[in-house]
Design a protein around this ligand. Structure first.
Ligand SMILES: Nc1ncnc2c1ncn2[C@@H]1O[C@H](COP(=O)(O)OP(=O)(O)OP(=O)(O)O)[C@@H](O)[C@H]1O
Ligand SMILES: [Mg+2]
Length: 154
């Protein structure tokens, strides 16, 4: 586990960017935390680090649920499951079609997937501290997740 404090949205962006640069294979990342804690900000940085073209502006896919961005050999799949009520809806949103080695899957509000025991390589928890900075805790399971975690820092 690693705990990182972010004192600005730029720092959270940079953390995502650093992670994106270190990714060398498909990976699934869960982003947990209350509204406004910086999950999407992290994904914006991740997209930059992965080489997603600046013509795309990454925003929370709250309404379309899945957004996909080409990133070199990879595809960044950004999901926001906030509006989903149950795992039965996953097929309808095309979740089953995105699984593959060249996908970087990042999921905001991942609880529904956790309930069906979907395995994430990395879980990142975002919290406000008393000064409204962000405490970012990163947990890894398995080799790909642990490799990325070990390279992660601000
Ligand atoms: N240290 C910080 N890290 C991230 N964002 C910060 C930080 N400090 C301030 N902010 C601001 O907080 C907001 C975070 O919004 P963001 O959309 O990234 O959150 P989110 O976790 O994706 O929320 P939601 O659950 O609504 O999708 C932005 O307006 C950002 O500028
Ligand atoms: Mg968001």
């Amino acid at each position: 586990m690693k705990i990182i404090e972010s004192k600005s949205s730029q720092q959270t962006f940079k953390l995502g960017e650093a992670a994106g640069k270190k990714i060398t294979r498909g990976i699934c990342i869960a982003l947990q935390g209350e509204l406004g804690t910086g999950k999407t900000t992290f994904v914006q940085g991740l997209g930059k680090g992965l080489g997603v073209s600046e013509k795309y502006y990454i925003t929370s896919p709250t309404f379309n649920i899945i957004n996909e961005y080409p990133a070199g050999v990879f595809t960044l799949c950004h999901l926001d499951l906030y509006r989903l009520e149950s795992a039965d809806e996953l097929e309808g949103i095309g979740f089953d079609d995105i699984y593959g080695d060249n996908h970087i899957i990042v999921v905001e509000w991942p609880e529904i997937l956790k309930h069906i025991s979907f395995e994430f390589d990395i879980e990142i928890n975002f919290k406000f501290d008393a000064q409204y900075n962000r405490i970012i805790s990163v947990f890894a399971s398995g080799q790909p997740g642990s490799n990325l975690l070990s390279k992660l820092s601000l």
